[in-house]
Design a protein around this ligand. Structure first.
Ligand SMILES: [Mg+2]
Length: 356
């Protein structure tokens, strides 16, 4: 039975301004949540963004309502728990995700299993992650790309979508600089029209880019499908897909080759499992991505990825850019991000000692 929910808000500084086709920021709000049940606890984290239409204030307000709502509920019944959260308000997915992952952390600890094992995954607890580079001029983009390769990254995700010709030149310069063995992924964050996207994808094919993410506007499923049908590079859906219902629509319309699952969009691990099932049944592989998150929720994303055979790409990198992360436990080596192996999320946080 759930006894307590407490939370603490953080304003985390980024090492650099992060600029994409739709926004730019040098700080990130993160709100950690601690759930206690039967003398045990778990910790989750919420990261608001424009994509989920949340703010620090909206998350704090949602958590305030959730506190009373979930007290006394059975922590082992995630379905009923999510129904209760949904009854407070729809949306608010990163607030819901924080509670969801705190409960999964607790359940994994109780079973004595790392969360990925609790979800049915095997393996060594690590996955190749890319490192994302925001929109910068050509010289700075190349400088960052080569630096990240020196740091050990073997995959890069590059942001484009403000200037088609400049983007092509920039991606070409990056490929020249990093050589053929580093994987390149590209995210347009809705920046192109269908016609521009098709020109762009041809150029990216020539540069051996493995996927192009959300090339067109989030509400343009028809456009996305058109690009998908004619692009030589696999197309990934991100902003256009948040919920289980969106996943069903993408699957039914054949609008994408790959789906980018983010726990902040789905509302946590439990709905993400359903989205990944829908994708798998439709022959669509998945990626696990992130927002501007500290390690705590990055760990939840990584455990989810490691627990699911259908997840083929991992884009869990925001924590590398955060200064003074209040959570720790992940390791990065040879391009791979690794969980600690301890039960649950396997993390240490500054919420571990507080009872609220
Ligand atoms: Mg994206």
């Amino acid at each position: 039975m759930i006894d307590h929910l407490t939370s603490r808000s953080y304003l985390i500084k980024r090492k650099n301004v992060f600029r994409i086709a739709t926004s730019a920021s040098d700080v990130e709000d993160n709100i950690m949540v601690r759930v206690e049940a039967e003398g045990e606890f778990g910790v989750g984290n919420a990261s608001p963004s424009d994509v989920t239409h949340e703010t620090r204030g909206s998350i704090e307000a949602f958590l305030e309502q959730a506190r009373g709502k979930i007290a006394g509920m059975d922590e082992t019944n995630l379905s009923t728990l999510h129904d209760a959260l949904e009854s407070i308000a729809s949306g608010n997915t990163s607030a819901k995700a924080a509670i969801d992952m705190a409960v999964y952390d607790l359940l994994g600890k109780r079973e004595g299993k790392p969360l990925f094992g609790y979800l049915g995954g095997s393996g060594d607890g690590s996955a190749l992650t890319d490192m994302t580079i925001g929109i910068e001029d050509e010289e700075e983009t190349v400088r960052r790309a080569t630096r990240h390769c020196r740091e050990g990254f073997r995959a890069l995700k590059l942001k484009v979508g403000l200037d088609l010709e400049g983007d092509v030149r920039r991606m070409s310069a990056v490929r020249d600089a990093i050589g053929p063995s580093v994987e390149m992924r590209v995210d347009a964050n809705q920046g192109f029209t269908v016609e521009e996207a098709l020109v762009f994808c041809e150029e990216m094919h020539a540069l051996d880019v493995v996927l192009v993410e959300q090339p067109v506007a989030e509400d343009d499923y028809t456009g996305l499908k058109k690009v998908r049908e004619r692009s030589p590079v696999p197309i990934m859906a991100d902003e256009c897909l948040r919920t289980v219902a969106d996943a069903k629509r993408v699957a039914a319309e054949g609008a994408a080759d790959i789906i980018n699952i983010k726990l902040m969009k789905s509302g946590g691990v439990f709905p993400a499992l359903a989205i990944d099932d829908i994708a798998r049944d439709a022959g669509i592989i998945t990626m696990v991505g992130c927002m501007g998150e500290i390690q705590q929720s990055i760990a939840a994303g990584l455990h989810f990825a490691l627990g699911r055979d259908n997840v083929r790409f991992v884009d869990l990198d925001s924590h590398f850019s955060m200064i003074d992360d209040p959570s720790s436990g992940l390791e990065f080596k040879n391009g791979r991000l690794r969980v600690s192996g301890l039960p649950g999320l396997g993390m240490a946080t500054d919420m571990d000692e507080t009872g609220g």
